[in-house]
Design a binder for this molecule. Structure first.
Ligand code: ADP
Ligand code: MG
Length: 385
């Protein structure tokens, strides 16, 4: 039975009625890594893996929520002190609370939901859940909250109810995503623009190393400090540089002798990455996917050698992709583990995936996971199909 039918059947069993269906998506980021906190661009899109929920106002002061994937039922009220114990329910509770804080109406409702975004794989299943709920509550209670604020409701949910101090990209991509389009978001101004992504003859595939090396959070803080240090040095000569992403490459060269070499290399990566996002956007407007792929490899090189947030497993997957003539490949996300994202010609796809699984398993003793992704719609009401 497909997901929608499973949800509908459970909803009727639990609540004896039918509701409305909503969905939203996980996301990938094609390029633009470690640029967000430097005021640069990210370039995400929603994917064909997401969350689906059936929802109906229930006329009480309580939320009745059932997670099909956890096979668990939770009831909670809508006051701050009603926070449920189950972490999956905290995402729903958080979205309710953040909507209320913004003056929106939220009363009791029934919900059954399920999803197919792999959890914790770097595809943002949590943003898919938040944006499904934020969009649905906005719709069923006619709150008229704009889409950017719906994304912020998801982000605030992570901050205030789930203990994750995330940026806005995941929720933004999940709410704003459209089939066949990626969205370039300027993390400083929050301006955004859609670009076509229809790689005819290519597939996007993620290879999940299933490793997460522990140094991630201390290394992250060090990278941020290096970037701020480099930006501060450049700012002395060029006061208009608010964030590192505002700097030109030659301005970085001017201060090379004044800053630690390590900070120089970090900044070199970031300034290069901002330019690569722009180059990829131009290439997409021309339908030039070979250039897109080359930029992905350059990003991987930068993340691995200059920013130093890759790891043996990810470098292995990237090198194998290059060897097998995969068009583009790079580590996706913060680094030290997680997935590579690969742009692969249709005719090379089977061979690449088989080789990646076999050789990775042989070398590291566990199999990687493989996720095909297609750029798809984000948060939406599902009409009867
Ligand atoms: P990710 O990188 O996938 O966003 P997170 O740890 O941020 O990983 O979020 C995963 C959490 O989101 C899960 O532990 C669960 O609480 C919630 N979640 C995501 N998908 C589902 C689902 N299909 N059903 C129930 N809860 C989900
Ligand atoms: Mg998450």
């Amino acid at each position: 039975m497909d997901m929608k039918n499973r949800i509908a059947e459970k909803f009727r069993t639990l609540f004896g009625t039918d509701g409305q269906f909503f969905a939203s998506a996980g996301r990938i980021n094609l390029i633009g890594e470690h640029t967000d906190y430097n005021g640069g661009y990210v370039f995400p899109g929603a994917i064909d893996k997401g969350i689906m929920a059936e929802i109906k106002v229930n006329g009480t002061a309580k939320v009745h929520a059932f997670s099909l994937d956890y096979d668990e039922y939770v009831e909670f009220g809508l006051k701050e002190e009603d926070k449920p114990a189950q972490s999956w329910a905290c995402y729903i509770f958080g979205v309710c609370r953040e909507t209320l804080k913004r003056g929106g109406k939220v009363e009791g409702f029934d919900v059954v939901f399920a999803g197919d975004v792999p959890l914790g794989a770097g595809l943002s299943s949590s943003a898919a859940l938040e944006s499904t709920m934020a969009y649905a509550l906005n719709y069923i209670f006619s709150n008229g909250i704009d889409k950017f604020e719906l994304a912020k409701i998801g982000q605030s949910t992570e901050h205030n109810y789930c203990g994750v101090k995330c940026g806005i990209m995941d929720q933004f991509a999940s709410v704003f995503g459209k089939a066949g389009q990626l969205i370039r978001l300027n993390c400083k101004t929050l301006e955004y623009k859609y670009f076509p992504f229809n790689p005819q003859g290519y597939k996007l595939v993620l290879i999940d190393s299933c490793v997460k090396h522990e140094l991630a959070s201390s290394a992250y803080n060090k990278r941020r400090a290096s970037c701020e240090n480099a930006a501060a040095a450049i700012r002395k000569n060029h006061p208009e540089v608010e964030f590192l992403s505002d700097a030109k490459r030659v301005w970085l060269d001017e201060v090379r002798a004044e800053i630690p070499e390590e900070d120089f290399l970090r900044a070199e990566y970031v300034i290069g990455e901002v330019q690569r996002v722009l180059d990829v956007c131009d290439a997409l407007e021309r339908g030039d996917y070979e250039t897109v792929g080359e930029m992905m490899y350059q990003t991987h090189f930068g993340l691995s050698r200059l920013y130093e947030v890759s790891c043996e497993e990810l470098d292995f997957l990237n090198k194998l992709a290059r060897k097998m003539d995969v068009t583009g490949s790079r580590v996706m996300g913060g680094g030290f583990g997680g997935c590579t994202i690969n742009l692969v010609k249709d005719e090379l796809y089977d061979g690449f995936v088989q080789a990646a699984v076999a050789r990775f398993t042989e070398k590291f003793g566990h199999a990687p996971k493989v996720y095909d992704v297609v750029i798809s719609d984000g948060a939406r009401l599902l009409l009867d199909e």
